[in-house]
Design a protein around this ligand. Structure first.
Ligand SMILES: [Zn+2]
Length: 919
């Protein structure tokens, strides 16, 4: 096949996908030798995949392909997630005729005239399960598709698997009924897990202390995270425009925001509203600080958010930047002087100091948030209460919080209120709050022994990049009991309390082991009716014996043994790669559950995390017109160019940017690469130093690519495998008189192997055009041939690179076409001085100013050349590049030795840096 146009790129990809499928090269079966099991979190199938979904999968695929070349038997499966609210929600919205949902489905490939039928969640799951597999197959992932499945009770076998897990967890005492504050959607009447949220995915429950200030016969319960600051209170804040109520709360009367009434009710208080009013109606009056009985004024502040906690805030201007600025805005700082109550490195009035430092000018300034955090952190960890704090003076802030809460509660002046750490909006678009629920099922992540083992597992794991390790560690350490079921949505019911459905993060913890079983289910060898608890106990945990289990489950003991052996072969998970958004929950849960189900040898080995995906530098959105489905990307740019656009844009936890222009350029580049191979692979040029040079560069590229791939540094690896090696090949072709086909074929042989992780289709095509047998995916990672590495030779070409760029610079300044360019090669004595600095003195005597430059080089080691070539070596190097220089500059080229020339210019020549004369 001869290449004509870019259209052929996609044709090539389709051809290879078909051949891979027919040969089943990605279908992994246990065999002798080392294995590698790589996974990524199964995606949620409530719409067609878009480019944002592809990045984590592409990185997992990159590692799968890399490890295959290193000789591992790689298993890379792909599951589909359907648990939870989103699919049910979409079905409901379709039934309601919601236009936005209809358009979203049409965009996902559902024919408009059929959209109405998709008010059935089963239909949605089945349609998108097909769509996802098709789109990712067209993208060419190296997945064993025989192991694909979707979740929930719509898949009876997977349902059995989750049921088995929860029975076990309950038996181990790790699922418990408890009373806990959870983030709650009042409209769904259900706890709102991270994945049920439209906003505030990482919000947690925080505990506010309400300090009750006497106000006539009522109380103003000020909400604070810092009870110690009561000693520094100067006034109370209310939002003058906010809606407040006077309400009977249990057996007291409170003044709180109207918003807070439903929260208090959901947090075990009896609330009866007596009267409603605006904040400004009681502003100007005073209330009584409960500890000392001081009378303090109630003042207005716009920063008070009535949606947060009680909407009543006490003012501590010495330690709270908001309070300081609000008092300043009111011009009341003279009247109500800040009272410093904490000794710390910041000194007196820390709020004032930090506001000045940060240039904060009013209470509306966004920087106040940051200022508050800085002070809180410093004072919490290092601050000590001063003499104004009575019996608590001398105590560390860090140690005293709990005691203060207890003491104040005993005095009847404090209460607790829970609030989300940031605003949370449910997918049903309702604002959530914290509710204490009593009869809910929780995973007992607070269990110390469980945490200890999870941390032990993490300690033994590799984490890429390493900065993600801290995230995981903190998540595990701070993990609280977590609601594991909801009353609505798709999923598996709790086996002992089936009105509760296990929520999406809780049915996804050890399902990687189900990929082993899924293959047998697909082949019809195991059915739901065979999946008694004993089946899982045996194949996953090795408990029981196959004869008895076989009898009980209606399965051949031989088959059971085979499944068990396959599990033992592929487990543990060697790498799980995911977006960084899963670092706070899914990835820690993955660790937590593995350590209780499996012995240490089956604990996961490594976690990789990456950033999110933007398109053309912006968050993807339908309204911005930068929303691209995976299918569109593959059709437009091809699979390889799309992969490269992700993998080349970033690495680590930074977000990847899918730039359409980059994808387009990669498509052109791949075509150019294939055409270059075709053009030069049979050239008959002879061997010379340029062939040695290219072979040397190739070893360096192999080494660097591997080094970076081993750390999952996709962009750094590509810098060598693709950009670097391609640049080397191009240089070779340009600088060599007549190209040697054998050298070109060797270069492309290596190019194909080390780029398999990035552009697999193109690499197969190169492989075939080189006349190689089999698939490049079954070839080996190239060995580095140290004996071919020649730094001196590489240095020679660096001299040439530098000369070309220097001449171009001169031509730019002169703005003329040269008729002749002369290069002068530095004399031998200069080389000797650089080799033996003690000869400098003598040289200055003999050559005067010309030698001074050498003194400068000797003073600064960074200026010294890597190698000092002999005069004749450097002369011959330039002589041999003469034709190349002629081609580049299109004029006569002369190479002269410095000491054979009368030109004044010649004296400027330095070793490795010939002087240049342009005529
Ligand atoms: Zn909701």
């Amino acid at each position: 096949m001869i290449l004509f146009s870019e259209k052929d790129i996609r044709k090539i990809e389709v051809k290879w996908q078909k051949r891979w499928r027919e040969a089943g090269i990605f279908e992994a079966e246990p065999k002798k030798g080392k294995k590698y099991f790589v996974t990524f979190p199964y995606p949620y199938i409530n719409a067609a995949p878009h480019v944002g979904h592809a990045y984590s999968a592409t990185r997992a695929d990159m590692m799968a392909r890399f490890m295959r070349l290193l000789g591992y038997n790689v298993l890379f499966p792909f599951g589909l997630h359907a648990t939870g609210e989103p699919i049910m929600g979409a079905a409901k919205r379709i039934a309601m005729g919601d236009q936005k949902q209809i358009e979203a489905f049409v965009m996902s490939g559902i024919p408009r005239e059929k959209v109405k039928e998709f008010d059935d969640p089963v239909k949605i799951v089945k349609f998108f399960a097909k769509t996802w597999v098709r789109d990712f197959q067209n993208y060419g992932l190296s997945v064993d598709w025989r192991r694909t499945f979707y979740t929930t009770k719509l898949n009876p076998e997977y349902n059995k698997f989750v049921t088995w897990q929860y029975k076990k967890l309950k038996k181990m005492g790790l699922v418990v009924k408890g009373k806990h504050p959870v983030i709650w959607c009042p409209s769904c009447e259900s706890p709102t897990g991270s994945h049920d949220r439209k906003e505030g995915e990482n919000a947690t429950v925080v505990e506010y202390i309400l300090l009750k200030f006497k106000f006539g016969d009522a109380f103003l319960p000020a909400a604070t995270l810092r009870p110690e600051t009561i000693f520094g209170v100067t006034n109370m804040w209310l939002n003058p425009e906010g809606d407040y109520v006077r309400a009977k709360v249990d057996d007291e009367v409170w003044i709180v925001s109207k918003e807070s009434v439903k929260k208090l009710r959901d947090q075990e208080h009896e609330v009866e509203v007596l009267e409603e009013f605006k904040g400004k109606e009681i502003i100007g009056k005073s209330c009584v600080e409960p500890l000392s009985g001081r009378e303090i004024p109630i003042l207005p502040a716009s920063f008070v958010d009535v949606r947060n906690a009680t909407g009543v805030v006490m003012s501590v201007p010495a330690h709270a930047p908001y309070d300081y600025m609000a008092l300043k805005d009111l011009g009341k700082l003279n009247e109500l002087k800040p009272i410093t109550i904490i000794k710390s490195e910041i000194g007196e009035n820390p709020a004032e100091k930090i506001c000045e430092q940060m240039g904060i000018t009013s209470q509306e300034d966004e920087k106040l948030e940051q200022a508050t955090k800085i002070i809180y952190r410093r004072e919490f960890h290092k601050g000590i209460l001063n003499e104004k704090c009575g019996e608590y003076s001398g105590k560390r802030v860090r140690d005293i919080k709990q005691k203060l809460v207890e003491d104040f509660s005993k005095k009847g002046m404090a209460s607790i209120m829970y609030e989300a750490s940031e605003p949370v909006i449910c997918r049903c678009l309702t604002r959530c709050h914290v509710k204490i629920i009593k009869d809910q099922w929780f995973l007992k992540y607070s269990d110390e022994e469980w945490k200890k083992r999870a941390l032990e597992c993490l300690k033994k794991m590799k984490v890429y990049p390493d900065e993600a390790r801290n995230w995981l560690e903190n998540a595990i350490i701070n993990m609280k009991d977590k609601a594991c079921a909801r009353k609505s949505g798709l999923g598996t019911p709790l086996p002992w309390d089936p009105e509760w459905i296990i929520e999406p993060l809780s049915d996804s913890t050890i399902y990687m082991s189900y990929y082993i079983i899924a293959k047998y289910v697909r082949e019809g060898e195991v059915k739901a009716k065979n999946m008694k608890d004993e089946f899982f106990d045996y194949v996953l945990l090795g408990e029981g014996n196959p004869e008895e289990v076989g009898k009980k489950c209606g399965l051949d003991p031989k088959l059971l043994r085979e499944i068990r052996e396959e599990f033992e072969y592929f487990y543990p998970v060697d790498l799980r790669n995911s977006g960084k958004d899963l670092l706070p929950h899914h990835l820690p849960f993955f660790i937590f559950h593995h350590v209780v189900f499996f012995p240490e040898k089956y604990w996961p080995r490594a976690i990789g995390a990456n950033g999110w995906v933007t398109v053309d530098g912006e968050k993807m959105s339908k309204s911005k017109g930068n929303f691209i489905t995976l299918r569109q990307a593959v059709e437009e740019y091809g699979a390889d160019a799309s992969r490269l656009a992700f993998l080349d844009s970033n690495e680590g936890l930074a977000d990847a940017d899918f730039r359409r222009s980059a994808a387009r350029n990669f498509k052109e580049l791949l075509l150019k690469i294939l055409m270059t191979l075709e053009r030069f692979k049979d050239e008959k040029g002879g061997e010379d130093f340029m062939d040695d040079w290219l072979r040397s560069r190739i070893q360096f590229r192999i080494m660097k690519t591997r080094e970076h791939l081993e750390k999952m540094e996709n962009r750094s690896a590509l810098l060598h495998s693709l950009h670097g090696l391609w640049q080397d090949i191009t240089k070779y072709i340009q600088r060599k008189g007549k190209v040697n086909g054998k050298t070109i074929r060797y270069a492309f042989d290596v190019f194909a192997r080390i780029n398999v992780p990035f552009a697999p289709h193109t690499c197969e095509e190169i492989w075939e055009r080189l006349g190689k047998k089999g698939f490049v995916h079954q070839a080996k990672w190239p060995e580095v041939r140290k004996e071919w590495m020649n730094e001196k030779l590489e240095y020679g070409q660096e001299i040439v690179d530098k000369l070309v760029s220097d001449v171009n610079e001169i031509l730019n300044i002169l703005k003329k076409k040269p008729s002749k360019i002369t290069f002068f090669v530095a004399s031998t004595w200069k080389r000797e001085v650089l080799k033996e600095p003690k000869k400098l003195k003598e040289a200055i005597k003999e050559h005067g100013n010309v030698a001074i430059k050498l003194a400068n080089i000797l003073k600064d080691p960074s200026k010294r050349p890597k190698f000092i070539l002999d005069e004749s070596e450097e002369f011959e190097l330039l002589e041999s590049m003469k034709d190349y220089f002629k081609k580049v500059f299109n004029c006569e080229i002369e190479i002269k030795r410095e000491n054979e020339s009368e030109e004044e210019k010649a004296k400027q020549a330095l070793p490795g840096k010939p002087a240049i004369l342009v005529n």
